[in-house]
Design a protein around this ligand. Sequence first.
Ligand code: CMP
Length: 141
Amino acid sequence: MAVQRTFVMIKPDGVRRGLIGEIISRFERRGMKIVAMKMVKMDRALAERLYEEHKGKGFFEELISYVTSGPVVAMVIEADEAVSVVRKMIGATDPKEALPGTIRGDYALSKAENVIHASDSPEKASREISIFFKENEVITA
Ligand code: CMP
């Protein structure tokens, strides 16, 4: 048993479509703890920092303009093995491959607008959490 924290972000299409409550409920019902949460309208600099590893890829510009197109809901989720469990709950990056019952499998079809992001490793989780939250903004115990 290893309690971990992971970074989750409901993307602009998820917020626009009124899916915030639905998505948060899934994590709560699974027994996960939300230890930080805020709504943010990202600017270009913040988005480029979050998606640094994709700089230079063909979809980078599209990705940056999409994630800055409206507010996102950023949160930190704490649970046993949170990183891999949350990734399973959100489903494959390409929603056409995401299984029904996953968030993308139930609410998305487009790889570009895929409703939600979650960290893919504990190292990325620490990095992404620190981009959005100061240490004293994350609840401890
Ligand atoms: P996310 O899990 O937030 O991580 C990187 C994001 O880049 C991904 O979700 C998608 O929204 C986006 N992305 C990945 N591949 C493509 C692609 N081929 N075309 C457009 N967007 C993509």
